[in-house]
Design a protein around this ligand. Structure first.
Ligand SMILES: [Zn+2]
Length: 429
């Protein structure tokens, strides 16, 4: 059937004008935030009685002698410490702690159910102060991370700004393979098995096509692949493999994050040009030096390796945790670019800030721990012009905590206010 030619345009134009003026009103809403103390991670300064003016999704002014525009909504945080929104560079919204026990979720749960859980997880992480997260592997939940990211960006559900990696690249028998199942029953794997360079390249193209922002590569195996005597990890990639992966990702303007415990896998990943090494607790001095020389970021994810149950509390685990601490302390001394990353999902969403406490226990200064989750995270994500500090022109990602995290880092776990892109998501004062 032919549509009737439209004879009267004005009502539609009128509607467009009405909608765009509504959008303008929304984007130009002004909020004035009165801060008791404001921490600036860029220079480590703490300023009392600062006022932040937020217009739309951006920070318009920051200072002690800023006047509040007429009609602005005033948020009084004068009893709190205000910080930039936090950035967790290693998360799994589609993973829940229960998935770490028993059969993997790719076997026991539908992708739809995992997505429902992921929606709730994203909200909890945002309310804990994390306004941006790099989500590293859906662990077999397909492209549900893309859906959650897009749902958040479109304002359908609350959550951090997500950068997602969809499936991770692994090898047959390596990390993120189902183990202990009947080989004659076809079961989806939690990661994509890419046993040749061609397969790796094809998988990157598929992931980018369906929405990946980052490429995740398993450059070594996991705990079950670690030699219990030498603590050598299983290398899953050659230098040439990594170079091919990084080059293909770069074609699509994507970066690569490599899960690597240590050994040749970690060194190949660094030399091959990945942007960040994840975990890295078994790296030797040569690997740490390579991190410094190549300017590669390191997300240590310290807390997730602590035994959470008596069964986990093995001698091997205790040795690995001790090595992790040693490597972290050496890396700090050597000037490695340490970035805040937690592996949240393997433990309760909304509790990622426990990692700050661990970092400080291991000898990092509280301001450096805060930097790792703000300006340094922004740099790793190549978003330093948008996020990571409270500065004029940046996105208004602002949180407030009870107490002073510079004198007691645990204060950062007590988040009372969360604003992301100028919108308030938590106000529990
Ligand atoms: Zn992880």
């Amino acid at each position: 059937m032919m549509l009737q030619p439209r004879v009267s345009k004005p009502p539609i134009i009128g509607l467009i004008i009405l909608l765009s003026s509504f959008a303008f009103a929304q984007s130009s809403a002004v909020t004035a935030i009165k801060c008791g103390r404001l921490i600036n991670p860029a220079d480590g300064s703490v300023t009392q009685n600062v006022i932040i003016i937020v217009r739309g999704d951006r920070i318009e002014q920051v200072g002690t002698s800023v006047s509040i525009p007429a009609g602005a909504r005033v948020v009084d945080l004068s009893a709190y410490t205000v910080l930039p929104g936090l950035i967790d560079c290693h998360t799994h919204v589609l993973l829940q702690p229960e998935d770490e026990r028993g059969a993997p979720p790719v076997v026991t749960k539908s992708q739809a159910f995992r997505t429902v859980q992921g929606v709730a997880a994203a909200k909890r992480d945002l309310e804990a102060g994390f306004t941006t997260m790099r989500d590293l592997d859906s662990e077999g939940a397909g492209f549900a991370d893309v859906a959650i990211r897009d749902g958040i960006n479109r304002g359908i559900i609350p959550g951090p700004r997500l950068l997602v990696s969809t499936y991770a690249l692994t090898i047959t028998g390596g990390h993120m393979n189902n183990a202990g199942l009947n080989p004659d029953i076809p079961v989806p794997e939690p990661a994509t098995l890419t046993d040749s360079r061609d397969a790796m390249i094809a998988e990157i193209r598929r992931e980018v096509k369906y929405g990946a922002d980052w490429i995740k590569l398993y450059a070594t195996g996991t705990l079950r692949h670690v030699d219990p005597v030498t603590l050598e990890s299983l290398s899953q990639v050659s230098l040439e493999d990594v170079k091919a992966v990084v080059a293909e990702a770069a074609r699509w303007r994507r970066d690569v994050a490599a899960h690597a415990y240590g050994g040749d896998g970690a060194k190949n990943a660094i030399r091959g040009g990945v942007r960040s090494i994840e975990h890295g607790m078994l790296m030797d001095d040569e690997a740490l030096k390579l991190l410094v020389d190549h300017g590669t970021f390191w997300c240590p994810t310290l807390s997730v390796y602590l035994p959470e149950s008596p069964e986990d509390d093995t001698e091997l685990r205790r040795r690995i945790v001790a090595r992790h601490k040693e490597v972290f302390q050496k890396a700090m001394k050597m000037g490695v670019k340490i970035c805040f990353g937690t592996d949240v999902g393997a433990f309760e969403h909304g509790t990622s800030s426990r990692e700050f406490v661990r970092m400080v226990e291991y000898g990092m200064k509280p301001i450096d721990a805060i930097r790792s989750a703000t300006i340094r995270g922004a740099e790793l994500l190549r978003m330093e012009k948008q996020i990571g500090s409270i500065q004029t022109g940046k996105l208004a990602d602002i949180i407030a905590v009870e107490g002073d995290p510079l004198s007691d880092i645990k204060a950062i776990t007590k988040v009372t206010f969360v604003m992301k892109s100028g919108k308030v998501y938590k106000e529990s004062r």
